[in-house]
Design a protein around this ligand. Structure first.
Ligand code: ATP
Ligand code: MG
Length: 573
């Protein structure tokens, strides 16, 4: 398994080097970053990397530069009215807060629609933009490709007056969607395709969740983003590597407006490697496909790598932050092993989750020589020796108990140290029992085990001169609490989804990513377990009371993660 290094106390990476340089050279006296999600879905663990970076930088530099105004904004990049919704905005805010961050100012790109429009007129007046009336298909044909320069639009030399008039009438709603667009006048032969007279505005007769029907023209990302950054005084605009080619246009927009607009800062864009994880998908579009196609129960389905899904699965904010720190910030894309994320939650819960007993697939054991009515209340520690915490509870022991079906074998191999005919095993915190008889149904399934217990040794004692290698967990049948347990596993059964057509990844969705076990048996102390409470079920893994379905008296638990990297082993088999 991957054992990632823990987060360095003082993170250092190329972004922080750039900022430190800027401070030394006095290019900035504060650091202002932003996290700019598009409110068209829920956040996923990839976004968490960007959140930890942007909000983390503000926290760090605020400490270094007290009183400087160093901060991080949350800005909704709401320039595409067709896909966006306040529902997603609420979810995103909740997720950022849950991760442990807070914004210094909540903004929307749509706050600046009027200014963006005015800057559009400014660009036209300066001969830097024009209204183009080519159809989509014609525009595409004019663009050329990486090897072939594009050709100028016949509308490129339209007079300033005509373009201004058309742009105003576009705003006034005089044209249909697609009839005209506003384009920057840059260079149709530029090696960077993004610079071939890119579209700045398009007509969309669509209601916007913030601005209603005030607008029927909407700015493109490449135009709206630099302007929003500059208006807010962002100093370091950090995005993922696939925007590398957009940087030239980002700079063009700012350079051509800064004198006129008197922006409070001259932001620069820096790109870092996006997070990719194996055995899952990190793309809002694909996640949406899973949700809308009902392959999962919703955006918070614990199989999904969404923040809401990870939260419901039982991940802690601390574990996600530690994971992001362990991944680090680099300039080269790579895929991180899911085992590294799983390591981070195990590492966190080891210190946080009390140990209790639960039987997932029960097999009844009757201890024949145990008195019918006797109940022994046995001491059981919540914490192992290497966790510096105190606390224990009583677990009741009586004549009938449940053990795990997997802890019994009719014909065991030599190195099997659990229960088998004639074999002795230790019950955790309790007695040594020996299997005397096996009861089977007509089909040969084992339905009950009859045992005797060693009356000479007390619970927990080590008998002298006898080798009892195995210890198994159990739950008193009379006191057991019935529960539903949901075993979650990786979303995809293959390391990487097939590239190619989008929906093909649906073919590798792991059919066993969710297994629901009704009739599990929990120890008595879990009867009142609440939603959100986390435990280690000894020998099984870490579990959490489900956010929505766990109620005191009728517990429902989700498996957060197994105790060991059992995936790697099961794959080998
Ligand atoms: P997706 O590809 O999942 O739709 P997106 O980039 O379209 O994501 P946005 O809402 O535009 O989603 O992203 C908000 C911010 O989060 C952007 O700055 C983006 O660069 C960053 N981000 C998105 N995905 C990742 C990722 N996998 N790793 C790191 N940062 C990411
Ligand atoms: Mg996006």
């Amino acid at each position: 398994m991957n054992s990632p290094v823990s987060a360095p106390a003082k993170p250092s990476d190329f972004i922080r080097d750039i900022i430190n340089d800027d401070m030394e050279a006095k290019r900035h006296d504060k650091v202002i970053t932003r996290f700019p999600p598009e409110p068209n879905g829920f956040l996923h663990i990839g976004h968490a990397k960007s959140i930890c970076l942007n909000f983390g930088l503000a926290l760090e530099y605020r400490e270094k530069l007290p009183g400087s105004g160093t901060r991080c904004h949350l800005r909704f990049d709401d320039t595409d009215p067709a896909k966006e919704d306040t529902l997603f905005e609420d979810g995103i805010q909740a997720d950022v807060r849950w991760l442990g961050f807070d914004w210094d100012g909540l903004y929307h790109a749509s706050d600046y629609f009027e200014k963006m429009y005015q800057y559009g007129e400014q660009l036209i007046s300066g001969g830097k933009a024009y209204v183009c009336s080519l159809s989509d298909a014609e525009s595409k044909a004019h663009r050329g490709d990486v090897k072939t320069p594009g050709t100028n639009s016949p509308y490129r030399e339209r007079s300033v007056e005509e373009s201004l008039d058309l742009f105003r009438r576009m705003r006034n709603g005089e044209f249909k969607d697609g009839e005209h667009v506003l384009r920057a006048k840059i260079d149709m032969a530029n090696a960077n395709m993004k610079m071939r007279d890119p579209m700045l505005y398009r007509i969309r007769h669509t209601e916007h969740h913030m601005t209603g029907d005030s607008w029927c023209i909407y700015p493109m990302y490449d135009y709206a983003h630099p302007i929003s950054d500059a208006i807010e005084g962002i100093t370091h605009s950090i995005c993922t590597l696939e925007f590398e080619n957009n940087r030239e246009l980002y700079d063009w927009v700012i350079d051509n407006l800064i004198e006129h607009a008197k922006f409070p800062s001259r932001p620069h864009q820096y790109e870092f490697a996006r997070l990719s994880l194996n055995y899952t998908v990190l793309s809002k579009r694909r996640l949406q496909e899973l949700v809308e196609g009902k392959h999962v129960s919703g955006w918070d389905d614990p199989r999904l790598p969404t923040i809401a899904g990870l939260r419901r699965r039982g991940y802690t904010p601390e574990s996600i932050r530690a994971f992001c720190a362990s991944v680090g910030i680099s300039k080269a894309n790579s895929t991180v092993d899911m085992a590294q994320l799983e390591f981070s939650i195990r590492d966190d819960l080891n210190q946080k989750a009390p140990r209790v007993l639960a039987v997932l697939k029960p097999l009844k054991v009757v201890i024949e020589n145990y008195p019918d009515d006797l109940v022994e209340e046995l001491d059981a520690n919540y914490w192992p020796h290497d966790v510096p915490k105190e606390g224990s509870r009583k677990v009741p022991f009586c004549k009938e108990i449940y053990i795990e079906q997997d802890d019994f074998m009719l014909e065991p191999p030599k190195d099997y140290f659990r229960l088998a005919p004639g074999k002795e095993v230790r019950l955790r915190y309790a007695h040594l029992i020996t299997c005397k008889e096996v009861i089977q149904d007509q089909n040969g399934n084992v339905t009950e085990i009859r045992c005797t217990f060693d009356t000479e040794t007390k619970p927990g004692d080590n008998p002298v001169g006898r080798k009892v290698k195995g210890t198994i967990h159990w739950v008193s049948a009379r006191h057991a609490v019935d529960a539903e347990i949901r075993l979650y596993d990786r979303l995809l059964s293959e390391e990487a989804p097939p590239t190619g057509k989008d929906s093909e990844f649906l073919n590798v969705v792991n059919p066993n990513a969710l297994q629901v076990l009704p009739g599990c048996k929990l120890e008595r102390s879990l009867a009142e377990a609440k939603a959100g409470e986390r435990f280690q079920f000894e020998r099984q893994g870490y579990f959490i009371g489900d956010e929505k379905d766990c109620k005191p008296g009728s517990p429902v638990f989700n498996r957060i993660v197994t105790l060991k990297d059992s995936w790697a082993r099961s794959q080998k088999k």
